[in-house]
Write a protein that binds this ligand. Sequence first.
Ligand code: AMP
Ligand code: GLY
Length: 427
Amino acid sequence: MNVLVIGNGGREHALAWKISQSSRVERVFVAPGNAGTASEAENVDISPTDFARLIKFAQQNDVQLTIVGPELPLAKGIVDAFGEAKLRIFGPRQSAAELEGSKVFCKNLLRHADVPTSDYQVFRNADHATTYLKDREDVPVVVKADGLASGKGVFVCATRAEAIEAVKRIGRNKEFGDAGNQIVIEERLDGQEASVLALTDGRTIVTLPPAQDHKRAYDGDTGPNTGGMGAYCPAPLIGEDTLHLIEEQVLVPTVHAMKRGRRPFRGVLYAGLMMTNQGPKVLEYNVRFGDPECQPILMRLQSDLVDLFEATVDGRLDRLEPLRWDPRPAVCVVMASEGYPGSYERGFPIRGLDEAGKVPDVKVFHSGTATVDGQVITNGGRVLAVTALGSTIPNAKLQAYTAVKCIRWKGAWCRKDIADKAMASGA
Ligand code: AMP
Ligand code: GLY
């Protein structure tokens, strides 16, 4: 069969790479893809939100399964549009994608389903939010824009003054446009973060091994928030018992609540969790694979990914054979452009990719790259996601950084401490 992957990041490169390993797959297309996906699959120059052209392409090229990487097309209803055209597509419908598209919807659902999460208040008006902050004790809070804001609409505040400033930016200055029409103010939680991803067809849940992201730009979890500077899988922080607890207290009640609310969830449910002293609490839900978490997770998957996607789309996850995993852990290091997550230049030639690809047990996924005149150049803030397997997490880390050292371009940088947290928790 032919498969279409939608998106252009490291996550989509990993998806295309894994899908092309399936014996049942003939052609893999990626829209729009990057230089990395072009070597694994066929790039198609169509935007992820141009549904009409994507549908036409799928019809004309006998695409039997489409996989959506990023959240924006999901929030805009790509799954509904493909469904109306009788095309099979993996991901939640627009009504279920609200779980990521609206933090207010998500928090209200969590509250009603009794899923552990931080206390919160919702405001439609910046003045009311400011009055609330002034009237309460000066405890740390997190201020969030309701809608999608590419991860930038979240302000983790240490003081009341910072929180009032965040309300101003979201609610008055409208820095995130309509995404700031509602504001969530929630209790700030302490602990380590982890990502637990599960596939669900709306009834059955297949949980993937837990992963951990590194959201801050610089070593020691300092600096501004990013899309994620590295990840590893599995995360020893979450043992088997904790994972069961997360399934029971978080994933199952969420999937049931979505079904009861007539928004059955089909696709990847990604719980961003804070492991607090009182147990795991949900920080947010995403309705897609995480980037970069997807890369080390898929590096370890031995089962056919297309079987898993088809079972999800067709509502028969209950009959799927248990997934097989490489017992070795995987570590992914993101290499970024100078200036990221702020402004950065594009177009620098990247050298050493072949050499890096020869390091044993390493796969160099491309996040923001393009090909110009046969030369791979930088074309994004996050440029590469260098991913390695190893017999232990320290070994996987060593392999990944050995490959990173082979790669050069002007201004390239990465965090040096990816996976150190795993080692601290006893890997
Ligand atoms: P979100 O987009 O809601 O996941 O928020 C992005 C990041 O902000 C999370 O990965 C956390 O690092 C941080 N964050 C969000 N909510 C909270 C919270 N209630 N307490 C502490 N940190 C938070
Ligand atoms: N790695 C975080 C995300 O994909 O949202």
